[in-house]
Design a binder for this molecule. Structure first.
Ligand SMILES: [Zn+2]
Length: 502
């Protein structure tokens, strides 16, 4: 159910908010640049992939049949910015003295673990660059044949200047190629003399014999340029033209700009309708960097094992935290903000728990209070208005809390069912639960699952008995035990309930 039909999203390509209209509804193709698996996934990546998980979830919720492709880069991503340096995976393999594919497997596994912890749904297809070498070589041949690339010393470079004569290289990132060409003579980079111009980029790179990963081609032994894999895998699985391409903002240039150029040079068609980019994150207002010592890894966040944090923050708390900032804004991580998010998350979970326990009575003498009816309808509309407004999850969450307020009033008996219609109650309950769980992917998270639930039930029983026996010492003891596992007892009129400590 979605009372607001139009989803607006900001398209980096046009720099405008546009109404989302798939090329071939109800099908939607979405490609997101995945990780280069040579080290542990960092929080910046977590933010990007969690944002696109919500895009995937929401489009599916709206009834679209979404094919979500997110690749694994396991070759071709070099340590240098412009076609120089070592392959990141090979370098790590040498460092750890293992096979490149062991590096790939290790960090792919780690990446998947963190994605699952954060509640992200796996993509429909997760292709790897090494699994698509034949297609990449084919695309290089096609670009050469179409006259937009040249061979040089066993490498193949994309001829940006030639391409720019008939197309606009730089239109996505807003870069001006003339300006970049002007700087040409002054800053020659190592290995760049193979190129006609410094703006050209490698689509195939000649490998020296020491290079760990290389393949035979008519140009000699080598490996694909990093940008090529995404052009190949996106169009292979989503068609020459597809709906959404996403990634972190840092990929706009050169990666995504090159992707467009490669696709257009191959097929003559604009590959992507909507380009979406998520912004970066900072720690206490500063960019995270090893040299500043302010880097937090996901595991450190989840365990609290960091000098920058006063306590542990669970994956779901972090997920909730991320949605408080609009995806196109910089997200600042601070211990205080995480603390506030933790409180908010448990408040929301208590509301969900209460909602799940509430049923509209089968017999009720209606005495409708229009104000409550209007409040509920307005808040439900706001939930969807938020997400439809270029995925403004913070707006949606604010509206969800208005729904929580009503649910809690019903739960506490401050609001009587007779005052609202069954229709409004159903809308209230289903929107709160479905939107939180299905669209935002935020769920209850008991550290030990079922076992913990049994323990809580036992504690509640013991608390009830101690209260009945007026054993206040035991009551206090049980309260402190409950606090240790993050819950509080709720003395209701007719029963004892429990809630997450907020
Ligand atoms: Zn990519």
């Amino acid at each position: 159910m979605n009372p607001e039909k139009d989803l607006l999203l900001y398209n980096t390509l046009t720099r405008k908010r546009e109404k989302f209209e798939p090329i071939d509804a109800p099908f939607v193709g979405m490609y997101v640049c995945g990780p280069t698996v040579y080290n542990d996934v960092h929080l910046g990546n977590c933010r990007t992939f969690t944002f696109f998980d919500v895009v995937y979830r929401y489009l599916s919720y709206l009834g679209y049949k979404v094919r979500y492709v997110r690749n694994i880069t396991d070759v071709g991503h070099l340590t240098g910015d412009s076609d120089e340096g070592d392959d990141k995976i090979s370098k790590q393999a040498r460092l750890e003295q293992i096979e490149p594919m062991e590096v790939v497997q290790r960090y792919t596994n780690g990446f998947h673990d963190v994605m699952l912890e954060l509640g992200n749904i796996p993509p429909s297809i997760e292709p790897t660059a090494t699994g698509h070498l034949i297609e990449q070589i084919e695309m290089v041949k096609q670009i050469l044949e179409n006259g937009f690339a040249y061979e040089s010393n066993g490498s193949v470079y994309f001829d940006v200047v030639k391409y720019n004569e008939s197309h606009n290289y730089g239109k996505l990132s807003g870069r001006n190629i003339e300006e970049q060409l002007e700087g040409q003579g002054t800053r020659k980079l190592d290995g760049q003399e193979e190129k006609k111009n410094n703006v050209d980029f490698a689509i195939w790179k000649n490998a020296d014999p020491s290079h760990l990963m290389q393949w035979d081609t008519e140009w000699g032994k080598g490996f694909p340029g990093w940008h090529l894999e995404c052009s190949v895998m996106s169009t292979k699985y989503l068609g020459e033209q597809f709906d959404i391409h996403g990634g972190g903002m840092d990929l706009q240039f050169p990666h995504h700009e090159c992707e467009i150029a490669q696709a257009v040079a191959t097929t003559g068609k604009e590959p992507v309708k909507y380009w979406l980019h998520s912004n970066m994150l900072t720690m206490n207002g500063t960019k995270m960097s090893k040299s500043l010592g302010n880097v937090i890894m996901p595991e450190e966040l989840f365990t609290g094992n960091s000098e920058l944090l006063t306590e542990a923050y669970s994956p779901m708390v972090f997920r909730f935290f991320m949605f408080q900032t609009h995806y196109r804004s910089t997200m600042d991580i601070t211990d205080d903000a995480l603390k506030a998010a933790k409180k908010g998350y448990f408040k929301l979970m208590n509301g969900i728990k209460n909602a799940k326990n509430l049923e509209y009575p089968s017999e009720v003498e209606l005495n409708i209070n229009q104000k409550h009816e209007d409040d509920i309808n307005k808040s439900v509309t706001s939930v969807f208005r938020g997400i439809n407004d270029d995925f403004n999850t913070a707006k949606s969450i604010a509206a969800l809390f208005n729904l929580v307020k009503k649910i809690n009033m019903l739960h506490a008996g401050q609001l009587d069912f007779s005052q609202i219609s069954k229709e409004s109650f159903d809308k209230l309950k289903s929107t709160l639960i479905d939107f939180t769980e299905q669209v935002l992917g935020i769920k209850e998270e008991l550290p030990q699952g079922e076992k913990m639930l049994q323990m809580i039930t036992t504690l509640v029983e013991m608390y009830k008995e101690a209260k009945e026996a007026r054993n206040y010492e035991k009551v206090d003891y049980l309260r402190s035990k409950a606090k240790e596992i993050g819950i509080v007892f709720k003395d209701m009129k007719d029963r004892i309930d429990w809630a997450y400590e907020e």
